[in-house]
Design a protein around this ligand. Structure first.
Ligand code: FAD
Ligand code: 2HG
Ligand code: ZN
Length: 471
């Protein structure tokens, strides 16, 4: 073991091989505090060549590597097990922007770049990098790619996969695959890029990427509207999609119960809509034309929504600071849940045509079988993606409640998801949290194909084993 640490130090320098408990501690527990592990060392490489050398050392010694970015993932994918034999390979020092190609509208960058820093770098050159999520101040592009993160702009720009044109990956054998071409068309056989995106560190280590950039919108309007039920909410989405088409860049849903929790922990983020409506919808329109053009369009659509009784109230943000407050309301629900204590997350997608049926039936079943629970249902409604989270009844210890009820609640929710032809992971991935559920959900053929891929690319099973799929 001593020899191994010396080999790591020979590649990185001793200060980038963390072995002391207090130095390793920040890398060992996940954001939700649900998973905690031990590690032989935390390795902090600066270059792709260093990553390749470290992987070769690990492969030769059968040492398991857990790749890690900002460690904000929700499925325990970046947390090691309890053996103390695995190493964490954290990419945070690989944070260089390699190039912004203005003609190609692409940015080439290293895996450890923080998402918010990428957005800012792009904006400084009049470009939009559209990936946006609540953890953007600490998650990294490598982690976003490895989880195929979604967020609030998917409706218009797609998820991380849709934004990626090229990758650089260190394979399980320590070879470097350079796929850093910024091409929008490339039909040269199997799509290796798409194989690594969403593989959660189980097939290779993403060290760099070429990502798409877009022209920066010059006008943006954000509004909060009240709807009485899920049917009118979906009808409202259809209306906005028809009238605003590609100008619609955000359509997020928050239920009354979600916002009540927000208000409890963040009273400054109280809902400006009157009378705590059953559903509060955050809608954003963006355009490259004048402010007035979008404002007028928004007004016309809202008027139509009022006259057809789809909405009962609306507040349009009249400046950037108010628009930011609306977004904070939406993003703070996760933080309010964390403040409230342990909770059960269900990150699911349902076809929009089945969404009303899913919510009505599942809500009723949950309330009947688990009286008093709070259904913290919110999410990216425009993508059919609900965060259908469950919090313990008020006054009941959340940990005790989850211990007793997590399994039956999850079985109920996932059975409903299957009935509606949905997915048990919309954007957060699988990690160790959903490892067991994946098999049943994907079906035997898909599961075997996934195992074959894992065996082919990582035959020694040293890259993040027992995450996503076990072989
Ligand atoms: P980590 O958590 O470090 O890692 C995640 C997985 O990727 C692990 O399996 C890890 O092994 C692997 N990995 C990390 N880096 C690499 C690499 N370079 N190469 C190979 N594998 C790697 N997610 C959404 O999709 N949408 C949201 O709206 C959203 N909102 C969030 C809000 C909050 C407040 C928080 C805390 C999280 C949110 N997330 C969201 C979840 C999380 O931020 C995303 O999954 C994010 O993409 C993870 O990035 P990370 O750098 O933190 O990755
Ligand atoms: C979001 O959309 C994130 O805010 C977090 O994906 C969802 O807390 C959650 O379950
Ligand atoms: Zn989300």
């Amino acid at each position: 073991m001593h020899d191994l640490l010396e080999q790591f130090s020979a590649v990185l320098g001793k200060q980038y091989v963390l072995t002391e408990d207090q130095d390793k501690a920040p890398y060992l527990t996940d954001w939700r505090k649900r998973y905690s592990g031990k590690a032989l060392a935390v390795l902090l490489p600066k270059t792709t060549n260093e990553v390749a050398k470290l992987v070769k050392i690990c492969a030769a010694n059968h040492v398991v590597i857990v790749p890690q970015g900002g460690h904000t993932g929700f499925c325990g994918g970046a947390t090691p097990d309890n053996s103390g034999k695995q190493v964490i390979l954290n990419l945070k020092r690989m944070n260089q922007i390699r190039e912004i190609d203005t003609a190609n509208q692409t940015i080439s960058l290293e895996a450890g770049c923080i998402l918010q820093a990428i957005q800012e770098k792009a904006a400084a050159q009049d470009f939009l990098f559209p990936l946006s999520l609540g953890a953007e101040g600490s998650c990294m592009i490598g982690g976003n790619l490895a989880t195929n993160a979604g967020g609030t702009n998917v409706l218009r720009y797609g998820n991380t996969r849709d934004l990626c044109l090229g990758l650089e990956v260190v394979t399980a054998q320590g070879e470097i695959w350079n796929g850093m071409k910024g091409l929008r068309k490339d039909n040269t056989g199997y799509d290796l890029r798409d194989l690594f995106i969403g593989s959660e560190g189980t097939l290779g280590i993403i060290t760099a990427a070429v990502m798409k950039l877009y022209p920066l919108p010059i006008s943006q309007w954000t509004t909060l509207v009240a709807t009485e039920n899920i049917a009118s909410t979906i009808a409202l989405l259809t209306l906005f999609q028809k009238r605003a088409t590609s100008l619609l860049t955000g359509f997020e849903m928050m239920t009354q119960e979600s916002l009540a929790l927000n208000e409890k922990h963040f009273p400054q983020l109280a809902n400006p809509l009157k009378g705590n409506p059953p559903f509060t919808i955050l809608i954003e329109l963006s355009d490259h034309e004048s402010e007035e053009h979008v404002r007028k369009l928004l007004g016309t659509i809202l008027e139509e929504a009022f006259t057809t009784n789809l909405i009962s109230d609306a507040v349009i943000a009249n400046n950037l600071s108010q628009a930011n407050t609306f977004w904070h309301m939406r993003e703070h629900i996760t933080l309010a849940q964390a403040e409230e204590g342990a909770n059960l997350k269900h990150d699911i997608t349902i076809p929009l045509s089945s969404l009303e049926n899913f919510i009505l039936e599942t809500d009723a079943l949950i309330r009947q079988k688990f009286p008093g629970v709070r259904i913290i249902n919110f999410g990216h409604l425009g993508d059919g993606n609900l965060h259908y989270n469950i919090a313990a009844p008020i006054g009941i210890d959340p940990k005790e409640f989850n211990h007793l009820h997590e399994k039956p609640i999850q079985e109920l929710v996932y059975a409903q998801v299957e009935r509606c032809q949905g997915s048990i992971s919309a954007e957060h991935g699988v990690g160790q949290l959903k490892l067991a559920d994946l098999r049943a959900h994907k079906g035997e053929v898909a599961h075997q194909l996934m195992k074959s891929l894992k065996r082919a690319l990582d035959p020694q099973n040293t890259l993040n084993p027992h995450k996503v799929v076990s072989i």
